[in-house]
Ligand binder design. Structure first.
Ligand SMILES: *Cc1c(COP(=O)(O)O)cnc(C)c1O
Length: 494
């Protein structure tokens, strides 16, 4: 019902309307001021919406239908890996033994949960070629933070925590943010003209103050960092470590292992690679896998297997401590575990192959219509620049008579009218007017064909009726928002 301009729940409120009716209580009523100290009593009544149950159901059901979701349509948001979450994961996460367990339970009564976590850790080590794993971090960025704290502790244990972290200009913004939060100075290494990191640019930046390089492989622009082995050797020769941002592991898993490429520490994003629900600020999980040299610094508690029993070890003197309450987002572990077991080794490899195939298929369909940002084959996503837009115009001019160009944003907004979520745009910054399209392995050929046809159709519209693009979207409750203002000053109340 997108035609309704949905009001806020406060605007729907009508004085005296209720969503419940209860029988008269048999317990004597007390006044709050008889039992609660005056200082804690509110002075004015809480402004709660007064609505019926039906009002609430309709309001929130309508809002939920406005939400674009992977369950409703194609969502090729580059870098984010918006793929289908199999429902069996949900089924298993709701098993009462998992869903009703409590983190304060005695270890002896949660052996199944501990076993699941222990086995998931082992799978994540196996898939990445690493030795140890912690499941605690709650997201990719939190995994970076955890990994960097471990790297810092490692250097500290050798006498000097070091001061610098090197990060390529193609990196996701969380990388420099994590390094800065861990007290490191960020040094940028420029990627070579093929979009990947080259040893010649890196070597001059290396000295004994470099703690690590954070490398995303495949990178945020969908390219395989093929110099990674050489880069690892260079770093190790200076006593520095190689951190891998593993957000794009869906393009490697089952085929190649970062641990075999010289990586010392890596985070996963379970909500990207292993189909745990994603977005909307919900719980994520960013497990970190490390090589043996970093084991002493893992967060506590560490899950230890002794014979057939599992226990939690907290006596780890060099540990960085806890990074998350209890064990992390346990429900996500159940989902990721289920997904890995469901696929098995062959399925994991096939998943990876399909992710790469789909991205390259879309790339091939669109490369003569948009402009490829890089010539090298993509792994999991196809990146285009806005160079092709020089052949288009909005037909409008600025006050001083200069033509107003058509923008990437206009194409993105028009896609919404055709029921597609736009790809990631204007990121990464090193690609002009970037369109970053990540179809993921879960989409079929018909959907990819339909998307490519729609892009072509929009480009045809741009030639004849550019306002269809510049004024898009036409089919949504609100049109072009002032996006900066919408983020900075969200209007949540009437
Ligand atoms: C998504 C992503 C991150 C951040 O992960 P979150 O789980 O959103 O914190 C970091 N690096 C890369 C390359 C990513 O794609």
């Amino acid at each position: 019902m997108k035609t309704f301009n949905e009001q806020t729940i406060f605007e729907i409120s009508s004085s005296g309307r209720k969503g419940y009716s209860l029988p008269k209580t048999e317990v004597p009523q007390v006044n709050p001021d008889e039992v609660i100290p005056k200082a804690f009593l509110r002075k004015t009544k809480a402004k709660l919406p007064e609505v019926s149950e039906f009002d609430v159901v309709r309001h929130f059901t309508r809002l939920s239908q406005w939400n674009f979701s992977i369950d409703t349509a194609f969502y090729p948001l580059g870098s984010c890996t918006m793929k289908y979450n199999p429902r069996i994961n949900e089924e298993v996460a709701r098993f009462p033994g998992f869903a009703l367990s409590h983190p304060y339970q005695d270890e002896k009564t949660m052996q199944g949960s501990l076993q699941l976590m222990h086995e998931l850790q082992n799978y994540l080590c196996e898939i990445s070629g690493m030795d140890f794993c912690t499941l605690q971090p709650a997201a990719g960025a939190h995994g970076e933070f955890t990994g960097l704290l471990m790297i810092r502790s490692y250097h500290e244990s050798r006498g000097n925590p070091r001061t610098k972290v090197i990060i390529p200009d193609s990196a996701h913004g969380t990388n420099p943010a994590s390094a800065a939060i861990c007290g490191y100075q960020v040094v940028t290494v420029k990627t070579g003209k093929d979009g990947i990191v080259v040893p010649e640019e890196l070597a001059p930046l290396l000295d004994n103050e470099v703690a690590c390089l954070m490398l995303t492989n495949p990178s945020t622009i969908g390219l395989f960092e093929k110099n990674i082995q050489k880069i690892a050797d260079l770093l190790h020769s200076k006593g520095a470590l190689l951190y891998c941002d593993g957000a794009n592991m869906n393009a490697l898993m089952g085929v190649a292992r970062p641990g075999d490429m010289g990586v010392d520490c890596m985070h996963y994003n379970l909500h990207k690679t292993f189909t745990t629900p994603h977005g909307g600020g919900g719980p994520g999980a960013g497990p970190v896998v490390v090589k043996k040299i970093l084991e002493p610094f893992l967060p506590v508690p560490v899950i230890v297997k002794e014979g057939d029993t599992y226990r939690l070890e907290t006596n780890c003197p060099q540990s960085i401590g806890r990074v998350r309450a209890f064990f992390g987002n346990f429900g996500m572990f159940v989902r990721a575990y289920t997904y890995i077991r469901e696929l098995g080794p062959d399925g994991i490899r096939k998943t990876c192959e399909m992710a790469v195939l789909n991205a390259n298929y879309l790339r091939a369909l669109l490369k003569d219509h948009l402009t490829l940002a890089y010539e090298a084959d993509s792994l999991h996503e196809a990146i285009f620049t806005d160079k092709f837009l020089k052949d288009y115009s909005t037909g409008k001019v600025t006050k001083d008579g200069r033509p107003i160009p058509l923008k990437t944003l206009d194409i993105a907004k028009r896609l919404i009218d055709y029921g597609f979520h736009p790809p990631t745009v204007y990121f990464p910054l090193i690609v002009s007017g970037s369109l970053m399209i990540e179809p993921t392995e879960t989409e079929n050929k018909q959907t990819l064909d339909a998307f490519a046809e729609t892009v072509k159709k929009i480009l045809a519209e741009a030639k004849t009726t550019p306002t269809l693009l510049t004024e898009a979207p036409h089919t949504t409750p609100v049109r072009r928002l002032d996006e900066v203002k919408a983020v900075r000053e969200p209007k949540l109340r009437a």
